[in-house]
Design a binder for this molecule. Structure first.
Ligand code: GCU
Length: 418
């Protein structure tokens, strides 16, 4: 009897969790029209930045806020910052290292996270890249002084994380994604936070930032309220609250890879204090157009990661044609601030072409401000970065963050951040 029950369970859960196959064939992309960033929902043409900012930008923003990422329910009651560790001679004298404990308080409940900050010595007022890491601040460097996170961590054999807890074994396992010495030598600082300290990445709303806000009977956010991406974006802004008051920092460029690229984009939209935004392989729900339904779709993403978005986003699963917006308009909301969208040619799941087209279609709004983005005649080629205010590259290789990516980001940031 027990065996029959478990057989039923396996069959039932396979049916429930079955994902439709992803389409990787350009000829099978549905016909769709790209919603024009410069025509309002009521059909009015937007011809200057004033109309854009007062009307169109707002209506697009509100749509993304309610229907896609979800609204932040309220501000915090209190927050605090404390430098808990500092060394002015880190990285063989190249950097000042600070570790800052941030405390967030709401309804008498608290959440703490740590910022790891390296600032280049010899550069008084340096630009800083702020980006989340996937497994803990101690994974981005071999620096033995970096505090190991206590927060829930996704198990990963390759990265030596088991029992949902990071230990000394995973120190430095992700140095390949963070060329810190190079950043410091080029005059950039780095601030990083473990995203799991803001909201553990699991379909469970009992913990993390969301839970601080609940009324007594509440167990999850309300329908149009924030999913994890919006919570992570909110966390980036709280890190910014500290960074903007550090007199050694000139400006902050927000960066993110993959799901954290989606969070970086939403942080860039919601917080104008970020002077630049970098989306590395952010794909579906990030820089890629949803209506192409190439690689990951809304159906895939809201099935596998239902906690990432506002509950309303599911309505558009397999009904992309009814979406009055698409992701190029998310990019357009960042204009006129510098924005870099990067893809990798083998990262088909994230639809590199959809990210390129999205960047092209967003560029209209940059042009309205007299800034340059991608033109419709630009070609989509490997390892040929197009560096304008709205910049784009498609790297050779897989879904990842590489030194090549960072080299491009620094060349581009040199043009506005210094
Ligand atoms: C999954 C998910 C993507 C996401 C990626 C990542 O592949 O489907 O949407 O970008 O994980 O964060 O690595």
């Amino acid at each position: 009897m027990k065996r029959i029950t478990s057989l039923f369970f396996i069959i039932f859960s396979t049916i429930l969790l079955a994902q439709p196959e992803a389409n990787y064939d350009e000829t099978r992309i549905p016909k769709f029209s790209v919603p024009d960033p410069l025509t309002s929902f009521s059909g009015r043409a937007i011809t200057d930045t004033d109309q854009w900012e007062k009307n169109r930008k707002l209506e697009i923003y509100q749509f993304f806020e309610k229907q896609i990422y979800g609204k932040v329910p309220a501000m915090l009651d209190e927050y605090s910052f404390k430098v808990i560790e500092q060394d002015n001679n880190a990285f063989e004298g190249k950097a000042q290292r600070k570790q800052i404990a941030v405390g967030l308080k709401k309804n008498g409940r608290t959440l703490n996270f740590n910022i790891l900050l390296y600032l280049p010595n010899g550069h008084e007022n340096a630009p800083v890249f702020l980006g989340y890491n996937f497994h803990g601040n101690h994974t981005v460097t071999n620096d033995p002084k970096v505090i190991i996170t206590e927060a829930w961590n996704a198990n990963n054999d390759d990265l030596k994380i088991s029992n949902n807890k990071a230990t000394e074994a995973s120190r430095g396992v992700r140095t390949n994604r963070w060329p810190i010495t190079k950043m410091l030598e080029k005059g950039y600082g780095l601030a990083t936070v473990y995203y799991g300290e803001i909201d553990p990445d699991k379909n469970d709303f009992s913990d993390g930032l969301h839970s601080l806000y609940y009324t007594e009977e509440q167990t999850r956010p309300r329908t149009n309220e924030w999913g994890s991406i919006a919570a992570w974006a909110f966390g980036l802004s709280r890190a910014m609250d500290y960074l903007e008051n550090d007199t050694n920092i000139s400006n902050v460029i927000v960066f993110g890879h993959s799901r954290l690229g989606k969070a970086a984009l939403w942080a860039g939209v919601t917080d104008p204090r970020f002077s630049g935004v970098i989306s590395n392989n952010s794909g579906c729900g990030g820089a890629a157009l949803s209506k192409r339904k190439y690689g990951e779709t809304i159906e895939h993403i809201t099935t596998s990661f239902p906690h990432w978005f506002s509950q309303s986003f599911k309505k558009y699963s397999n009904r992309e044609e009814t979406l009055p917006v698409d992701q190029h308009q998310l990019l357009a909301l960042i204009a006129p601030r510098p924005l870099y969208v990067a893809s990798a040619i083998e990262d088909e799941w994230a639809d590199p072409k959809g990210e390129f087209l999205s960047s092209q279609y967003a560029s209209k709004v940059y042009e309205l401000y007299g800034k340059k983005g991608l033109s419709l005649t630009d070609v989509h080629e490997v390892d040929k970065p197009i560096q304008r205010t709205l910049a784009y590259h498609m790297r050779a290789g897989k879904h990842d963050v590489t030194e090549y990516d960072w080299d491009q980001y620094m060349i581009w940031a040199d043009t506005f951040a210094k």
